[in-house]
Ligand binder design. Structure first.
Ligand code: NUP
Length: 216
């Protein structure tokens, strides 16, 4: 996946007007939007289709798919058929669950991102001990795209070592959660930013500043 300016907007707003206002202000600089449960549950999954119709963007559905293979397959199929270009899938569920997602996405000519370790402090207890194994499982399954934390650069670096330089990593946690875009992009292909943009008094300016900070 190619991400303009190496920034992905996490559009976790719950009102349609607000979502469109933010997209109007940011899509000059962005071509990849992450849609998660907050906006999808508030507005319905057709918001994915609507955004795709009105903006020239790629959509990554952050549904952290984490069920048995048969259910995962249905979740992935329906989400991608709404127009999402890719879907984020949890890795801790294991090979069969993840493969079901990969196979369905490939059938639809779309992509999955495998979530390895998470950005919040609580992830240290259960996910951290297994995240490198999850990343290795992804490599063994031939997965190209990964999610790894911007808030834990040492972990991000280790995950990069496991998945290799040709894999594509996207990293949440820049801004509000304490991560820094420039440091993150040493090891990651794109930074995911939500609140620091959509809660800013001037989202366009906030985004411009993040893009500038990467260049210096
Ligand atoms: O480990 C993760 N951390 C994380 O914050 C995996 C994620 N998918 N996210 C998501 O990234 C989170 O749900 C939110 O949509 C976004 C970060 O947003 P913000 O902290 O920049 O507002």
């Amino acid at each position: 996946m190619n991400v303009k300016n190496q920034i992905i907007l996490a559009l976790d707003v719950e009102e349609k007007n607000k979502a469109y206002e933010i997209l109007d202000q940011t899509t000059e600089y962005l071509d990849t939007i992450k849609i998660g449960y907050p906006i999808t549950l508030a507005l319905g999954p057709s918001i994915i289709t609507s955004i795709k119709e009105e903006y020239d963007v790629k959509i990554i559905a952050d549904f952290k798919v984490a069920d048995i293979d048969a259910t995962n397959e249905k979740i992935v199929k329906t989400t991608l058929n709404y127009g999402a270009d890719a879907i984020i899938v949890h890795g801790f569920t294991g090979e069969d669950s993840v493969l079901a997602c990969k196979n369905m996405a490939e059938k639809l000519d779309k992509e999955i991102f495998l979530l390895t370790e998470m950005s919040h402090p609580g992830a240290d207890k259960f996910l951290k001990p297994v995240s490198l194994d999850i990343a290795q499982m992804g490599v063994d399954l031939g997965i190209k795209n990964y999610v790894a934390p911007a808030t834990k650069i040492d972990r991000l670096k280790k995950i990069r070592e496991v998945v290799g330089k040709d894999s594509f990593i996207i990293s949440p946690g820049v801004g509000f959660q304490g991560g820094n875009a420039k440091d993150t992009l040493q090891y990651s292909n794109a930074a995911i930013v939500g609140r620091s943009i959509y809660n800013a008094s001037n989202p366009k300016k906030a985004l411009e500043e993040i893009i500038e900070s990467i260049k210096v």
